[in-house]
Design a protein around this ligand. Sequence first.
Ligand SMILES: N[C@@H](CCC(=O)N[C@@H](CS)C(=O)NCC(=O)O)C(=O)O
Length: 214
Amino acid sequence: MKLYTFFRSSASYRVRIALNLKGIAYEQVPIHLRRGGGEQLTAAYRAVNPQALVPALEDNGRILTQSLAIIEYIDEKHPHPPLLPTDPADKALVRSMAMVIACEVHPIQNLRVLNHVKKEYGQTDDQVNRWAQHWIDLGLSALEQMIVAQTRRGKFCFGDAPTLADICLVPQLGNARRYGCDLSKYPAILETENNCMALTAFAEAAPEKQPDAE
Ligand SMILES: N[C@@H](CCC(=O)N[C@@H](CS)C(=O)NCC(=O)O)C(=O)O
């Protein structure tokens, strides 16, 4: 398998965690999101992913995009350990936790969105950071409540094994810190993060551990 990735990309980080949890060896193809105006925007990379976003996963001659689709593909092809619970309602809960991050928070504080807000609407770095903080805070405060309220409260977002929800949460916390969010408001999230980072699969997927890290 070949993963098109950038060390600081949280969507790529999600896929790296999933591959590590499954014990799957893979090759990394670094796509630098800033160098030369962004390698994701080149014609060569657009041929891999027409959305000009990382990650993309190449497997058996097929290229897959969108981290959640990639992770579910990996999970279906390599079912152990499972990344989703089997009970339909539990599965929906874990997916909804993942989507709080992947659908509601991450897309509106992504590089291209923040660049657009700066360039087209004349916002300063400080204003753009406050925009990112606002949406991250909104999502994390909802997720904090979801973690505390669920019936299978354990070491992770859901129960005692890492799931898709943890895979989305941990990389988002890196972004949150980068934008100066106060995470002390989210004790259940911080406890979950600690439990995740104690696992090699999460620790080895961290941005600073990647071959393209700066
Ligand atoms: N929904 C997509 C999001 C992918 C995405 O936004 N990737 C970011 C890095 S985390 C990216 O490539 N950004 C490049 C840009 O904004 O130009 C996924 O889950 O794969």
